[in-house]
Ligand binder design. Structure first.
Ligand code: SF4
Ligand code: SF4
Length: 446
């Protein structure tokens, strides 16, 4: 019987890890559909930023309530997963609490797992209340209707169940050890310390060892199968940020946040227009790209760079960006969170197309218009507040700007007010409808 259980465990483990590896391969393939961008410079600074923002959660705590709760859930999640290592070894080799040879250290570990499991449970319940019972503005956006709202709740339910299973598993195990049951009890005494699950013991009062073993095994199996399921659910969920927040912050922009990326070829044209002494045949400076790109800006995910696509998969849908966005606050259609969610949805659509057809078959759709509307793009004030607010280093503004660049440079489709200003710049070298030599006329006395 024990060997059957071990074989089943190994099969479940291989299936869970194998499916996860397949999803990660797809994720990397999809991100690589984007344009290449070199963000390998300043590795020391990048590691420090990653340690501060992704590991240290420095931006999360700017909102103390959710930040504090998130840290509890995050730290608890990491620490409790050390326990998974023991479960995996026990499952493969049929042992029981293999790490108990650590003695007092083991007791401290199990006790801390239990305390964190309890805190995570409480934290998740508060998260659920905030998300569902309190009218918090950033959880009410139109882009959160349907699957995104359900997804957020499913994960909360899931974490509650996982923590409950963990505590039930420990409580029954503890009772079986107290009862001296075969395979559970050890001559060395009680293995582990159970500061939380000991309070569950009255639930199992009067049960036979056989019944306790059934409950303990059921909780053990459901706990580990739940973790394998969770691992694979990540790909379909905003909770992918658990993994991607780290590379996402690492590859985020290091230059000043408000600094726009220039197209060298365009910059040269403007310089020639503004500077009558400029040499139109001058060779490009070293490292400068002189060739015109095939396409200006972005109308679909293929035109975005790989970091922007990684951004879209990393978005936690927390809405901190949208709640800081002045366009959104004044009732405009723009929500930077939606920009990221739309980018991810389109990327997933393209990825499924490739999986089905072996290569991308034109589906007559694109990110622009089919997902993100022009009205949304032109509502942006480029204030950068969304980038500043994002706790995982996402840059929705860069996508907005690339799509605007496409509209202006490929389609001449800017709003009328902008078109007039741009024509004036072209004709007069200034945004006003008169020669720049006349710009101080207003100060002349009549
Ligand atoms: S940069 Fe644009 S999208 Fe971001 S907060 Fe400002 S207005 Fe909103
Ligand atoms: S872009 Fe950042 S701030 Fe905005 S919803 Fe996504 S994770 Fe949150």
């Amino acid at each position: 019987m024990q060997i059957v259980s071990q074989i089943l465990f190994v099969i479940a483990l291989l299936a869970g890890v194998g499916f996860f590896a397949r999803n990660i391969k797809r994720l990397i393939r999809n991100i690589k559909l984007g344009r290449e961008i070199d963000r390998t410079d300043n590795s020391g600074e990048r590691f420090a930023k990653m340690a501060r923002i992704a590991l240290g959660q420095s931006k999360m705590v700017k909102r103390p309530v959710s930040g504090f709760l998130h840290i509890i859930v995050y730290v608890g999640f990491i620490i409790i997963n050390i326990e998974v290592l023991e479960i995996v070894i026990d499952g493969i080799f049929g042992t029981h609490r293999i790490f108990s040879f650590l003695g007092g250290t083991y007791d401290v570990l199990i006790a801390s797992f239990e305390i964190f499991a309890f805190l995570v449970f409480v934290g998740v319940v508060i998260f659920w209340i905030r998300r569902n019972a309190l009218n918090i503005y950033r959880f009410l956006g139109r882009e959160l209707k349907g699957w995104p709202k359900n997804d957020a709740n499913y994960i909360l339910y899931f974490e509650m169940v996982l923590m409950a299973l963990f505590l039930i598993m420990n409580a029954t195990d503890y009772q079986l050890q107290l009862n001296g049951a075969d395979h559970y009890a050890s001559e060395a005494g009680i293995m582990g310390s159970f500061p939380v699950s000991q309070f569950l013991l009255p639930l199992f009062d009067g049960m036979s060892n056989a019944t306790l073993i059934i409950i303990e095994r059921a909780a053990w199996w459901l706990h580990i199968l739940g973790i394998l399921f969770f691992l694979n659910y990540l790909y379909y969920s905003k909770h992918l940020h658990i993994l991607l927040a780290f590379p996402n912050v690492y590859f985020s922009k290091l230059s000043l946040q408000g600094k726009f990326d220039n197209l060298e070829s365009v910059q040269k044209e403007v310089a020639l227009m503004m500077d009558p002494n400029a040499d139109p045949f001058a060779a490009p400076a070293e490292g400068e790209e002189d060739a015109e790109p095939e396409k200006f800006g972005a109308s679909d995910v293929f035109d975005l760079n790989q970091v922007q696509l990684l951004n879209s998969y990393t978005c936690t849908e927390c809405g901190r960006c949208t709640s800081e966005c002045p366009a959104n606050q004044t009732g405009k259609k723009l929500s930077p969170r939606k920009i990221m969610m739309d980018t991810r949805d389109r990327l997933e659509e393209v990825g499924e197309n490739i999986t089905k057809n072996g290569k991308f078959e034109d589906d007559g759709k694109q990110l622009l218009d089919n997902y993100i509307l022009r009205e949304e793009l032109w509502a942006c004030t480029t204030c950068n507040a969304c980038v500043e607010a994002c706790p995982v280093g996402i840059d929705p503004l860069s996508i907005i700007l690339d799509m605007r660049r496409y509209l202006v440079m490929e389609q001449s489709a800017a709003p009328n007010e902008l078109s007039i200003a741009m024509t004036n710049i072209e004709n007069n070298g200034a945004p006003w409808p008169y020669n720049q030599m006349d710009r101080l006329n207003w100060a002349k006395e009549n």
